[in-house]
Design a protein around this ligand. Structure first.
Ligand SMILES: NC(=O)c1ccc[n+]([C@@H]2O[C@H](COP(=O)([O-])OP(=O)(O)OC[C@H]3O[C@@H](n4cnc5c(N)ncnc54)[C@H](OP(=O)(O)O)[C@@H]3O)[C@@H](O)[C@H]2O)c1
Length: 329
């Protein structure tokens, strides 16, 4: 069986290798074995390989925060899934052809679900959902602002906000994206820069913005917060700049804003397994309906993991980079 291992931390395309390893074996009681059909390469996986992610396991280690798989076998006592079912895995180490995990860790998804979208269900859809629900109680007509608006998370935020009647200011790095984001439901689109706050005021007619979602960090956090109203919350949930977030005193002290942090694992851990399963079932339904989706730029075989990783780190992609370890999806 093939698996991706890193045996040192560094540039992902240099440290990740596709290796041949022993099969995972038959499932024990309470376990399942599934074939990994597709996995995505997310910014967190890139950080994991670099050794800059919050988890830094003893090496060698296998990356991979999410995947979609098909159940190949179930062990004694397992009643929640059966062979042939499509599942997403709540645990890590998914960059492999096969996984053997606890049955409680897999969540079944609809059998007809698009495999590419299913491969991206585990992380970004619940992230977008919880960013909109766990910090500010938003009502129809409220405004939010977000950067990386063309990312997978950003696009999902636009859709989910729109469905609630919440208006979005969407900050990106190039104006060429405005058309497709508006088609998704974006209300206002702006290019990041020193005049961002003035542009926000003009484009929203001075509306009070209650929530700012920041995944760039560095000075971008302060630029975003300058567009958020007094008493608003800025949620930092990523660092595409590789820097720590910088807040201006004008927002924090003068405006009484709050800077909060989000990580999906904490958001899920504060909910029961039944609530988590219900949330994924609802998100899977919205993906199956075509309401939620993320674009894909390219799918690689697992043997080409180095090329896939180099590609995933390029700016101005049109969508995510996926890997299909058991043949085309
Ligand atoms: N905290 C959590 O639990 C959690 C969960 C999921 C995702 N996230 C975070 O959410 C963010 C988006 O993830 P994703 O999977 O949706 O991303 P993605 O689809 O891979 O898109 C990456 C985005 O980052 C932008 N970008 C890249 N380098 C940048 C830079 N130096 N400065 C500003 N923007 C830059 C890209 O813009 P261009 O198109 O202009 O290159 C693009 O919008 C990431 O920071 C990720 O770590 C956090």
């Amino acid at each position: 069986m093939k698996r991706v291992d890193i045996d040192r931390y560094g540039a992902p395309e240099e440290v990740a290798r596709c290796v041949d390893v022993a099969d995972v074996g038959a499932p024990g009681a309470g376990e399942v074995v599934f074939d990994v059909l597709a996995f995505s390469i997310n910014p967190a996986d890139v950080s994991f390989c670099r050794g800059t992610y919050r988890l830094r396991p003893v090496l060698p280690a296998t990356p991979g925060a999410e995947c979609v798989g098909r159940i190949a076998a179930v062990g004694g006592g397992v009643t929640t899934v059966k062979p042939g079912d499509l599942v997403v895995n709540l645990q890590r180490e998914n960059w492999a052809q096969r996984r053997r995990v606890k049955a409680d860790d897999v969540i079944p998804v609809p059998p007809g679900m698009n495999l590419r979208q299913a491969a991206m269900l585990r992380i970004n859809p619940p992230t977008a959902l919880l960013l909109l629900s766990d910090f500010v109680e938003l009502k129809p007509g409220d405004w939010i602002i977000q950067n990386v608006a063309n990312s997978a998370v950003g696009r999902l935020v636009i859709r989910l906000a729109r469905a609630r009647g919440v208006k979005t200011v969407n900050v990106v790095r190039r104006a060429a994206l405005f058309g497709e984001l508006k088609t998704l439901g974006a209300d206002v689109c702006l290019v990041d820069g020193p005049d961002l706050a003035d542009a926000v005021k003009t484009q929203t007619a001075g509306a009070r913005i209650r929530l700012g979602l920041d995944a760039v960090s560095g000075r971008a956090t302060a630029r975003l917060s300058a567009g958020v109203g007094d008493g608003g919350v800025i949620v930092n949930y990523g660092s595409m700049s590789g820097e720590d977030p910088v807040m201006a005193r004008a927002g924090l002290i003068g405006g009484g804003q709050t800077l909060a942090g989000f990580i999906l694992g904490r958001g899920l851990a504060s909910r029961s397994l039944a609530e988590v399963r219900a949330m994924y079932a609802d998100l899977a339904r919205q993906v199956e309906d075509g309401f939620l989706s993320a674009p894909v730029e390219k799918i690689y075989p697992i043997e080409e993991i180095k090329t896939a990783l180099a590609h995933a780190q390029r700016g101005e992609r049109s969508g995510k980079i996926l890997v299909a370890p058991n043949g085309a999806v």
